[in-house]
Ligand binder design. Structure first.
Ligand SMILES: [Cu+2]
Length: 711
């Protein structure tokens, strides 16, 4: 049997034609119209929810004597409804977090604003109903019926936290979950329950990182993708004095808080008719592994490394390898518009999608075709000042002019770029856009042209006005002008008259000020936390190879797995999450990983506990049967300018090895942290690293990351 090689596993694009070579294809309509089924929604008729009581609320801190010195937040995980577009027939049922101080529910809320160096404690209570609003596949690891189906745990994505508060996949709890429960009501690693209060957990976050947008979201084993899609995710901003200083004064380099806007990008599909999981207007999530007939999306494999021969019957409901949806939802509103004045704004952007990438561009709206961009009229440039690892060493100018992606005849793009602002799931961008040169009364369109999946692309996941009718192959009819489904025209900016004083800074003066200030700010931000740049040449650095792999599971479904350079099952390097850990380090160890991606997808790999620095990328020979040489076959390419500095979610391209450097240092805390209970972890502290395409992570692209404490 041979290793799964790049591009071999996806269904041949010839099976559904190519929009550039073949044109519209006519085939019999399939039995399920899985991915394109939202009701028609008008574009740009509802405002973007902003920060505050009428949009995404900011949580109210309190104090608690059990946690002296910390901002204490009491949140409840519960079901609620929210109108995600005026044209939807009903408010959408959602699962999410509610601040018990106000009782107000809001999608993506409540946002927590933390100060660097001041701990936050979230006390989370499980108040969700017993039945999930989305279909659960009980064949997935950790989702079998022997454990509670209503599971949750809270992970601070980008946090630097003790493992007991990391909300890892084995740390879930249910409404009756207590520490040490042997009745399947809590995970083996659930140690942060509140004594005497089943279904309640305390999470302690030291907030020692520099200023950045992080997020808290669910991470429960086997249903992370469903809980997150249902809404269990919210923003969390860490502020620090370095960046705060840059937002104050008479001519601040960075726009102040009043002109800062979160942009949390997601894609969703809404039901047009009721089914057993909800009614019209509720969220749709795919649950059929479509492997047969004209609507097939995924390969169905034979016997594969690590798994017995397929049984012949696919689970129902089934997971899918990736879930792409037909409607962009930003800050909880489909196709929103935002009114902006002719001044600078700071945008804290996050790709909060399950699997979709975005290549974000900004254009003037077309006068001839309302709701569409005029590609001949680029909008203002973006200045990127930060990513998920905080401030960058230098400002990076993008959209100057916009870079559109070029696809080959199979709809695939070059994963090496160039890109405009490419964001994979969980990546963030801290942006400044100066609208002062845009005339009042004009509109701009935020546009996306990233293929889905990335970089291979399936035309059925790409919705745009006038696209070919793909109903015969399980896709959507042609999209009409000014209406959805449309995954390219994400939102509209409307330039309205200036209120208050004019912005003292414009694009040029901002860029000059940033070029002057950012190298020092980068150093000052990161230095107190550790070194500001890690050297692979330092003494004691370990070099290791890792692999990203694709195989077929016991049902013949595609499965993605992380591995080392030692074959584990047959010829596959892929390992299951529950296999014994292979990433075990002493506290303080520094490691260089060369991560070889043998699959056809770009994977945004996310690291708990640690941030990483990307040292470079190279190609390797992925055609050798059975064994890889683990030798790069090209010179190392440097990271893109907005990949310098620190990262915690890193895109790793097919056929490439990505070199990262990591430091495994446990946080210093005012209390003792117990070892992880699973015997296989040998007293270590339990974290994970995984792909942040949520369907990959769940099945089963995640591995333990274990750090042995200093005795
Ligand atoms: Cu992945």
């Amino acid at each position: 049997m041979e290793i799964v090689h790049a591009y071999t596993e996806r269904i041949s694009k010839d099976q559904f034609g190519c929009r550039y070579c073949v044109g519209p294809v006519s085939r019999k309509r399939g039995e399920i119209w899985a991915y394109a089924q939202s009701p028609k929604l008008r574009k740009f008729v509802a405002p973007l929810p902003g920060l505050g009581p009428t949009g995404i609320p900011v949580a109210t801190p309190a104090t608690n004597s059990a946690w002296p010195g910390a901002d204490f937040y009491q949140l409840s995980a519960q079901q609620y409804t929210q109108q995600m577009h005026p044209d939807l027939p009903n408010p959408t049922h959602l699962w999410g977090y509610v601040d018990t101080a106000t009782g107000k529910s809001a999608y993506l809320g409540p946002i927590i604003v933390a100060q660097r160096g001041k701990p936050v404690v979230i006390r989370m209570q499980y108040n969700l109903p017993p039945t999930h609003i989305l279909p659960i596949d009980t064949s997935l690891p950790g989702a079998d019926p022997s454990v509670a189906q209503n599971r949750m745990c809270l992970h601070l994505h980008g946090g630097y936290v003790p493992w007991t508060s990391d909300g890892g996949p084995l740390s879930w709890f249910s409404p009756t979950g207590t520490v040490g429960a042997a009745d399947g009501s809590a995970g083996e690693s659930f140690l942060n329950g509140v004594p005497g209060s089943p279904g309640v957990a305390d999470y302690y976050y030291p907030n020692s990182q520099s200023e950045r947008l992080v997020l808290y979201h669910d991470h429960a084993m086997g249903i992370t993708r469903l809980n997150a899609y249902a809404g269990m995710a919210a923003g969390y901003v860490i502020t620090d004095p370095v960046l705060s200083a840059m937002t104050t004064g008479s001519s601040p380099a960075v726009p102040p808080l009043a002109y800062s806007i979160p942009l949390i990008l997601q894609d969703k599909s809404f039901k047009t008719t009721a089914d057993q999981w909800g009614k019209a207007g509720d969220l749709f999530y795919p649950y059929v592994y479509e492997a047969q007939g004209p609507t097939a999306r995924w390969d169905l494999g034979g016997p594969s490394d690590g798994f017995p021969a397929p049984s012949g019957s696919l689970p129902s409901p089934s997971c899918v390898p990736e879930a792409f949806f037909d409607t962009p939802v930003i800050n909880g509103m489909a196709y929103p518009y935002a009114q902006v004045e002719p001044r600078r704004y700071r945008f804290l952007a996050l790709n909060g999608s399950q699997a979709r990438f975005y290549n974000l561009q900004l254009y003037y709206e077309s006068a001839a075709n309302p709701g569409e961009p005029d590609f001949s009229q680029p909008g203002p440039a973006f200045i990127q000042i930060g990513n998920e690892g905080g401030i960058l060493p230098q400002p990076v100018v993008l959209n100057n002019p916009p870079i559109q992606l070029t696809t080959d005849c199979n709809g695939s793009v070059n994963p090496d770029g160039p890109f405009n602002l490419l964001m994979a799931p969980a990546e963030r961008a801290d942006l400044i856009i100066d609208f002062s040169s845009v005339p009042v009364g004009t509109n701009l369109i935020l546009y996306n042209d990233a293929p889905a999946p990335f970089p291979g692309g399936d035309p059925r996941n790409d919705y745009y006005t006038g696209n070919p009718d793909q109903t015969g192959i399980g896709g959507a009819p042609s999209t009409q002008a000014t209406m959805g489904p449309n995954t390219r025209t994400l939102m509209q900016f409307r330039i309205v008259a200036l209120t208050g004083k004019a912005d003292p800074m414009n694009f040029d003066s901002t860029l000059l000020a940033l070029e002057d200030a950012m190298p020092g700010a980068y150093r000052d931000s990161h230095q107190p936390f550790g070194e500001f740049d890690l050297s692979p040449g330092a003494p004691g650095v370990i070099f290791e190879n890792k692999t990203l792999n694709e195989d077929y599971d016991e049902y013949g479904r595609l499965i993605q797995r992380v591995g080392t350079d030692l074959a584990k099952y047959g010829d596959s390097y892929g390992r299951n999450f529950m296999d014994d850990p292979t990433e075990v380090y002493q506290n303080g160890q520094r490691v260089v990983w060369d991560i070889y991606n043998t699959t056809g997808d770009t994977h945004p790999m996310h690291f708990h506990l640690t941030n990483v620095q990307v040292l470079g990328r190279a190609t390797f020979d992925n055609s050798i049967p059975d064994i890889l040489a683990f030798v790069p076959t090209s010179p190392w390419m440097p990271p893109d300018p907005n990949y310098r500095g620190w990262k915690e979610t890193v895109r790793m391209n097919p056929g490439e090895v990505t070199r990262v450097i990591l430091n495994f240092t446990l946080p210093t805390l005012p209390f003792a942290v117990p070892p992880s209970p699973p015997a296989a972890l040998k007293g270590g502290h339990e974290y994970v690293w995984h792909c942040h395409i949520l369907e990959h992570e769940e099945h089963d692209m995640m591995r333990p990351l274990v750090v042995m404490p200093t005795i």
